[in-house]
Design a protein around this ligand. Structure first.
Ligand SMILES: Nc1ncnc2c1ncn2[C@@H]1O[C@H](COP(=O)(O)OP(=O)(O)OP(=O)(O)O)[C@@H](O)[C@H]1O
Length: 289
């Protein structure tokens, strides 16, 4: 059974909706949320953590909506993995992990440190006495302390250099915990997520198997993200930028940056099935071709 599911979820800050009618299931094998800064990824993750209530639609936790669910069980099942900067700088590592454990299980600190590949002797250190990669492992150990079924990870490796990043990805992919991963980094989703959803301006524009999306995108925005590998010439113009706090144009929200924009794009594109995925683009056949 799917542990968490968004059903036509719209999310707002004050009166401003920033995520619009998103439906997605957190399925096995890892789920990625990809999109540029401001596209609504973190906002959606906050709703999945029960920190933000949809103004319409529902978050389902098993067969109950989050509004009705037993939050004690939910908090045990679904754990966020924050960035390492969130660790309390004054607290020793061992105490920081113990804090997340029930009193009777505090002896598990050593096991958890070992599980994330850290020397248990590090328990007496404070965060600033560890490397960035070690700190990130501590954050993962804290999240694993309560035995969650799902980890929600927001840019878990973005602050780390490439080799350290690779080792953290190895650690995460070896865990038998489900994951929802938010990132700009397509190599990271490819490694950790069987399924991905691409968000643009708070809407899902393409969803499907990660490999298909990245090898053969059907939405021009997915294609632009994939092609936006750093080069001296910079990314293609359609991949540049962040979603600003200005109203999206009517019709397709991507049309003002889209190289394939056509008159029909002034009408909103429905999310439709194509080539084993879902895509919201009038020109998807042309993109695939
Ligand atoms: N606490 C808040 N109050 C008001 N607006 C917010 C708040 N947090 C985010 N927003 C706005 O909501 C929109 C979506 O932001 P969100 O942080 O979800 O995007 P994101 O895709 O996670 O971006 P990033 O990759 O930079 O974290 C943006 O326009 C942002 O300015």
């Amino acid at each position: 059974m799917t542990l968490l599911r968004a059903e036509r979820v719209t999310l707002a800050y004050g009166k401003r909706a920033v995520v619009h009618e998103v439906s997605l299931d957190i399925t096995e094998g890892g789920v990625g949320l990809i999109g540029e800064s401001g596209s609504g990824k973190t906002t959606l993750a906050r709703a999945f953590l029960g920190l933000l209530t949809p103004i319409s639609g529902n978050i389902w936790y098993g067969d109950q909506t989050l509004k009705k669910a037993d939050m004690r069980t939910f908090r045990k099942d679904v754990q966020p993995v924050f960035q390492a900067e969130a660790l309390d700088p004054r607290m020793r590592i061992g105490a920081s992990i113990a804090e997340a454990l029930p009193r009777s299980a505090r002896s598990r600190v050593q096991d958890l440190l070992e599980q994330v590949g850290l020397d248990p002797e590090l328990a007496t250190r404070r965060p600033h006495q560890l490397s960035g990669g070690q700190r990130q492992r501590v954050v993962i150990a804290r999240a694993l302390a309560v035995g969650p079924r799902l980890l929600i990870l927001d840019e878990p490796t973005s602050a780390l250099d490439v080799t350290v990043q690779a080792r953290i990805l190895d650690l995460l992919s070896a865990l038998d915990t489900e994951r929802l991963l938010i990132t700009h980094n397509l190599a990271v989703v490819r490694r950790l997520c069987r399924t991905s959803h691409v968000l643009f301006a708070g809407r899902v524009v393409e969803s499907g198997p990660t490999d298909d999306l990245l090898e053969n995108p059907a939405h021009p925005y997915t294609r632009a993200l994939r092609d936006a590998v750093p080069t001296l010439g910079g990314p293609p113009p359609e991949a540049k930028g962040r979603t600003e706090a200005v109203p999206a144009p009517s019709g397709c929200p991507f049309r003002l940056r889209c190289p394939l924009a056509a008159p029909e794009c002034e009408q909103p594109p429905p999310l439709r099935e194509l080539a084993g995925r879902q895509v919201a683009c009038h020109r998807a056949e042309d993109v695939l071709a």
